[in-house]
Design a protein around this ligand. Structure first.
Ligand SMILES: NC(=O)c1ccc[n+]([C@@H]2O[C@H](COP(=O)([O-])OP(=O)(O)OC[C@H]3O[C@@H](n4cnc5c(N)ncnc54)[C@H](O)[C@@H]3O)[C@@H](O)[C@H]2O)c1
Length: 258
């Protein structure tokens, strides 16, 4: 869906905005007054999220692992909506063949490659395109938010080694991106969510009882919500966070303390 956007709006692309944490981020950024482009490989879900946000907002179908599709997304948004001020790379993929966590010895190369293609290559392609555009046409308060994971910090109990490796790469890449974009006034940070109640987390547990048991290992005593994570993103996007860059911010209820 394409909508007319008022000049001067602060525009955000949220990849993975069709559901879960990404959708929660879309809702909070829209409520904060940003114009949101919900970008997801699931076009119908992205469209539904954008429609619920209101007519100022838009959706786009994109596979973040596809270089041409990402370039096309930015061409389209910059031409028809405006310069992207905020990029949130929330699209992510955890592959559990047959519903089971694949052990390294049994893991197919395809699982490894696809995990990196979506989680790592996707973050690189989207942020590279953002950086190219903002180098040509800087905007005030440029912000990029990447998504790592507590799984990459701990070695993971439910995620696969492919996902863990891909997310660890994103957290390192976020720091390199922060250094290379700082001269443009852009801040770049990564969020490392803990256990957050979404389809992705539920795909790793056999029952809601298992989820409740997992909550007992979290000092704050509960599984996180999408709003817990979206609130951290809203803060990083706000003017109040202008001097924070190159961080990995844990949103995990104390599950892992540094
Ligand atoms: N839920 C958790 O406990 C948790 C923990 C740590 C990190 N994360 C990370 O947070 C982010 C959001 O996770 P979530 O729990 O909301 O997951 P989710 O599976 O509910 O949503 C992921 C979204 O990404 C989209 N997506 C997948 N592949 C894509 C592609 N190739 N191109 C574009 N979009 C694509 C999906 O369609 C979906 O809308 C992810 O990066 C995830 O790895 C989640």
């Amino acid at each position: 869906m394409t909508n007319s956007i008022q000049t001067g709006d602060r525009i955000a692309i949220v990849t993975g905005g069709g559901q879960g944490i990404g959708a929660g981020i879309c809702r909070q950024l829209a409520a904060a007054g940003l114009t949101v482009v919900v970008a997801d490989i699931q076009a119908d879900k992205a469209s539904a999220v954008a429609a619920a946000l209101g007519s100022r907002h838009a959706s786009r179908a994109v596979d973040v692992s596809d270089e041409a599709a990402v370039v096309q997304l930015f061409d389209d948004v910059e031409a028809h909506i405006g310069p992207v001020g905020v990029l949130v790379c929330a699209a992510g993929l955890l592959i559990l063949p047959g519903g089971e966590r694949p052990m390294i010895a049994d893991m197919s190369l395809d699982t490894w490659e696809r995990s990196f293609a979506v989680n790592t290559r996707g973050a690189f392609l989207c942020s590279r395109e953002y950086l190219r555009r903002r180098t040509e046409r800087p905007v005030p308060q440029g912000r990029v938010i990447f998504f790592g994971s507590v799984a990459a910090q701990l070695g993971g109990y439910r995620a696969s080694a492919a996902y863990i490796g891909a997310k660890a790469a994103v957290m390192g890449y976020a720091k390199a991106f922060a250094r290379e974009s700082a001269h443009l006034g852009i801040t770049a940070n990564a969020i490392a969510p803990g256990l957050i109640d979404t389809d992705m987390l539920r795909s790793t547990v056999s029952s809601s009882g298992a989820l409740a048991a997992a909550a007992q290992s979290i000092p704050l005593g509960r599984i996180g919500t999408v709003d817990d994570v979206a609130s951290a993103v809203s803060y990083l996007v706000s003017p109040a966070a202008a001097y924070l860059t190159g961080l990995v911010i844990d949103v995990n209820g104390g599950y892992r303390m540094q």
